[in-house]
Design a protein around this ligand. Structure first.
Ligand code: C5P
Length: 319
């Protein structure tokens, strides 16, 4: 039996890095948002044992052994369910590797969802989240989808009132950025962060989230769309991605791409995660399409897409 699962990407709407914890991870605050770009994962089960991974695009940065996030999740799912089975996982790669869009994490969660269906067995929601967090900080968000608050090392996730679908442009430069290296660069750049900063960020995010749930955050008096108003409110909190401070000096071309997105009319442009993907949010899908076309003419790999609400994330995962 083969189950096909769409493995959607994410962006970070603001990402703040705090102190290094006793376990070596950094305390984080971020708002994750799932988007419509995706890989496809096919999970098959059969008689026997062993986990096999194949990938349509033979990028050497996608390991096909037990270090692959899909392998690591499959191993834990089988163990938790107490099942012996042969598992084949095919990754149809479209998303960039080391792109900051959570592709490897999303692939792993899609594997978990597909494997449960293929085996016709269910894990408890708590077991799913535990396995996801065990394999990587960016996995649990994909068990929630839509707009998600991430705290702790990013693995502690809370669904928040969903942002409506926002038109956007994603630019994927050729370069891959290593997240552990970006964190190490951050440590070299900054003195130990005081907890006050994350507290301040928490206050700003909490105020924004409270507004999100309120009925007054509807269409603005001047007739702007609800999405635009919600986005403006978020941008006004001063959202930024701390990784830009270490990634842009190392890869100046990425700073230039952010500038190009802004010049193409983006209302908010940023690096996603530790990059190298950059995105820009736009007022309409027409504006996003025009901007993507303009950026492609400048030789950039740009695509117009949109963010994915929680409802659409779960609906489209099996479409
Ligand atoms: O959790 P994940 O496997 O994605 O983390 C990869 C690496 O990134 C970790 O080994 C750690 O070096 C770094 N990291 C961190 N703080 C976080 C998340 C990741 O230092 N909050």
């Amino acid at each position: 039996m083969t189950v096909t699962v769409r493995s959607f990407a994410k962006i970070n709407l603001g990402l703040y890095i705090g102190a290094v914890r006793a376990d070596g991870f950094h305390e984080l605050r971020t708002v994750y948002q799932t988007i419509a770009l995706r890989d496809v994962i096919r999970v098959s089960v059969g008689r026997g044992s062993g986990i096999e991974i194949s990938c349509t695009n033979k990028d050497p940065r996608v390991p096909l052994d037990s270090s692959n996030t899909c392998y690591r999740v499959a191993e834990r799912v089988l163990d938790q369910l107490g099942v012996t089975s042969k598992v084949s996982i095919e990754i149809e790669k479209r998303l960039p590797v080391q792109g900051g869009m959570g592709a490897a994490s999303s692939n792993a969660v899609a594997t978990m969802i597909g494997l449960e269906l293929a085996l016709k067995k269910k894990l408890s929601p708590e077991a799913r989240l535990r396995i996801a967090a065990d394999v990587g900080s960016d996995l649990p968000l994909f068990l929630v989808g839509g707009t998600v608050l991430g705290v702790g090392r990013g693995e502690e996730v809370y669904p928040v009132t969903d942002l409506p679908a926002l038109p956007m442009v994603v630019v994927t430069p050729e370069v891959g950025v290593s997240t552990p290296e970006a964190f190490a660069d951050w440590d070299r750049l900054t003195r130990p962060q005081s907890s006050d900063r994350l507290f301040e960020v928490g206050c700003a995010l909490s105020a924004w989230l409270s507004g999100l749930g309120s009925p007054n955050t509807g269409a603005s008096a001047k007739g702007g769309s609800r999405a635009e108003k919600l986005l403006l409110d978020l941008v006004r909190t001063g959202i930024e991605n701390d990784f830009e401070k270490v990634v842009f000096p190392k890869y100046p071309e990425l700073r230039d791409i952010k500038g190009a997105l802004e010049r193409a009319g983006s209302s908010y442009a940023s690096l996603s995660g530790s990059g190298s993907t950059l995105y820009g949010l736009f007022r309409s899908s027409g504006d996003a399409a025009k901007a993507a076309w303009r950026l492609r003419k400048q030789g950039l790999k740009a695509v117009a897409t949109s963010t994915l609400t929680r409802q659409h994330y779960w609906k489209r995962i099996f479409d």
